[in-house]
Structure formats: structure tokens, C-alpha cells
Design a protein around this ligand. Sequence first.
Ligand code: ADP
Ligand code: ASP
Ligand code: MG
Length: 470
Amino acid sequence: MIVVKFGGTSVGDAAAISRAAAITRGRLPRQPLVVVSALSRATNELLAIADQAAQGQLILALRGVEGLRDRHLAECQTLLGDGSDADDVRAELSAMCDELAGLSEALSVLGHLTPRSLDAIAAYGELLSSTLVHAAFCRYGLPMELVDGRDVVVTDELYTRALPDLEAITERARSVLLPIIRRGRVPLVGGFIGRSHAGVTTTIGRGGSDFSAALFGAALGAEAIEIWTDVDGMLTADPRSVPRARLIEEIRFDEASELATFGAKVLHPSTIAPAVQRGIPVLIFNSRRPEGHGTRITPDAPRRAVTAIAGKGNVTVIRVTSSRMLLVPGFLRTLFEVFERHRTSVDVVATSEISVSVTVDDPSRLETLMVDLRALGDVAIERNRAVVAVVGAGLGGDSATMARALGALHGMRVHMISLSATEINLTIIIDGDRLVDAMRALHSEFFDVSPTGPPTPTPTPTRPPRPEAA
Ligand code: ADP
Ligand code: ASP
Ligand code: MG
């Protein structure tokens, strides 16, 4: 069997949904399981509704709910037309929007938003989309069965980015999804959403439908996980920042994982882990151009000097300086325990004898984090930084690739540099407002053909493996 996941733009309107149906039909001989995201932008709109409601802007929030209702009903009308079946689906979509309006009213009375209530609201994106897409696919004659993602994805209670429990999910997938597939039918599941062991609705992080797809794939031992999106595959950079970005036909798990972590939103970073565990290839395709080659993420893709560039903004740098750190064993452990306690994950780290610099993406717990960090030394915070990542096997060779990367950033301030232990990722922290310039400069250094001939070749390293650490 295979898992076929359609992202928000691939189910964004009636035309996209009918393209997704045609793709699914072509996959029927391979026993697909279909995962869908919320309609494009719906999750953002739901989060805004929750925010507005909790801030007492109920009218605005309810207007948002009506916008979502109108959109889903309009696409439903285009896809299903009139008739009693269509009426039933419309009634179901509308009932969900009524529930949303009820939740918004409750939030406006409480005047307070918790991660738990945020998840209760965010989940409606996938609940609505899966209901709509299921009805449309059935109308196209596909043998679909709708499954509530929450009945399969068991998570912890870290609301808004809950951790899935793969063992429990495997058990549920075998008892809920497998019998459907064995009957020759196609389960259709909303991604992104789950339920805690106690039965409360959770979500598994923004962009998490990819992760859901990988979890189902791992749980059922899929032959492949297909991610259908709005670009031709994984490209040498985000095409929104670098229009000349090119398709990468094959990429290794570790490189794709680094790129996803450092901004290649085309794939949720956590997607890779369950796929790697089972050695399941992940394929990325463009639902607008299904005939394209796409990208294959596998353990044995060829190594290249530089495979791609990624980047992301809104990064915060935290620097802790402490003379006490000098020769004190266990200091780093104490420092990282602070981050763990405040559930803030660290992306890039650089240390010297008396200082440690780290970057964090999520500054929501910064205030309380700082209180604990100050107990360890002097703390400085730099907001509005960006990280660019150069990913490829050439970085571990000699210093030439690194020199070219830094040379391309000539004239830009560099605040931190770190080479991953795997030596396939050079991360560089720069000023936030230079992110696009930096991505373009790096991309043109490594991928553009110069007017006078082919690009300077960057040799793939041929040096012997690193000796084992003593
Ligand atoms: P979906 O809704 O299908 O999940 P996303 O918006 O999450 O789609 O991801 C697709 C987007 O990822 C693309 O439109 C593109 O702008 C962005 N992206 C960022 N980096 C890359 C990259 N290296 N290759 C391809 N797309 C990328
Ligand atoms: N709808 C969710 C989001 O926008 C999950 C996803 O699209 O993968 O984050
Ligand atoms: Mg996505």
C-alpha cells in the first residue's frame, strides 16, 4: 500500500480537489490511503478566529467563521451540485461551523486562549476539508471511507505540537485503517490532528499533515509516502525567494531533514523520522503537474557537493556568557536543561570557553526562560535574525565549499556559524532583513551557470571516513 497526502493548495478549491481525485484514481492499484490538509489558508484563519475571540473581538471572529462556512459550502456546491446527498454534506459542514461559532463565543466569554482551546479550533480545518474531499471523491466514484484522524493519531498533551505515540498509532492504524484497505476501499483521513491518551483533541505542529502521512506510512509499512503539493518537488531553494531554484530529483534522508528543519517548508521536518525508521521512500510531486518527475527522498540518493540552500527568518539568538563556565563539567547540561524545562527547542549552537550562543524559533517562552538563564550567567538576546543553511556532502571535504559559502555572503554581517556534526549542513546566522539576499547569493554561487561557461565544479569529497572518536 502507499500513502498519498494532499497539502492545502492541492485541495484548496473544487478544481484542485478534482485534480486530487484523478491522482488518487491513478493510484488505486497500489492500495492508497489518502491524507488531506485543511483547505489552503484555513488553518491560519482558524488561528486568527481563536485569537480574535479570546481578545473580545467576537464579531470579527464570527465573521471569520462565516467566511470559512461560505467557502466550504461554495466549493461543495461546485463539486456536488444539488440533491439530497449534497444537502447532507452541506448540513454536516454547516454544523461544524456552528460548533466553531459556539467555541468562539465561549472563548470571548473566557477572554483567555490556552494551547488546548487553540487546538480544539485549529482541528476544524482538517475536519471540514476531509468531510468535503471525501464527499467529492465518492461523487467521482472512488471507493472512499472517511476516518477521523483523531481516532488513529494518539499523542501526548503538548498542545499545538503534540508528540505522536507511534506504538499506539500502529495499533490503531492496524485496527481502524487496515480492514478498510483489505476490503478494497480507500481510507481518507484529515492530517495534523490527533487525540491525547485522555481523549482531548490535539494538533501535531504547523504543516503536520506530512507528519501524519509518514506516521500512517510507518504504522502500515507502506511502500512509499507521496506528498502532493504546489511545487515540482524539493528544489535547490525556496522558489518564493529564489525563482531560479531547480528540482532535486533524488535526495538523501539526512539532507532533506536538514533542509526541512532550516526552512524548506515543502516537507515537515518530523516526516523524515518515521520514514527513515522503516526505510520508506518519501516522494514529493506537484498536483498541478502530476506527470512531473518529482523528488524521491531515499537513504541511497547520490551525494553532491552542495544539494540545496534553505533559510528562515524570525530567529532569536540567545547568548549566555559565564566565567564560571570555565572548566566546569556539566555546565552545558545545566544550560540545556533550562531549555528543556521551558519546552523550547534549540536549533543552532556555537560555544566558546566562556560563552554559548543558541538560536530558537519559538520565542513564546522567552521571558520565563530568561529568568532561569540569568542564574547561569550574563544573558543577551538578539531578535530578528535569520538562518541560512547550505546543505551538501562537500562541506565535510576541504574548506573550499565553506569558503565559497562565506565568500558569497561578502558584505553581510555574520552573527554565528555552525557546521553540523554530520558535516552536511553549514548554518549561518545573519541579519533578518538580509535573508532573501543571502539565499540568492548562495544559490547563484552554487547553482547558477556563469555567462562564460559552466559553474565552477565543486568536487564531491573523496577523503576517507573520519576516524572514530577516541
Ligand atoms: P502544502 O500546503 O502542500 O503542504 P506548503 O506550503 O507547506 O505546501 O509547502 C510548499 C511550499 O514550500 C512551496 O510553495 C515553497 O514555497 C516552499 N518551499 C520552501 N523551500 C522549498 C524547497 N527547497 N523546495 C520546494 N519548496 C520549498
Ligand atoms: N493545516 C495544517 C497547517 O496549515 C497542517 C498542514 O497543512 O499540513 O499547518
Ligand atoms: Mg505543508
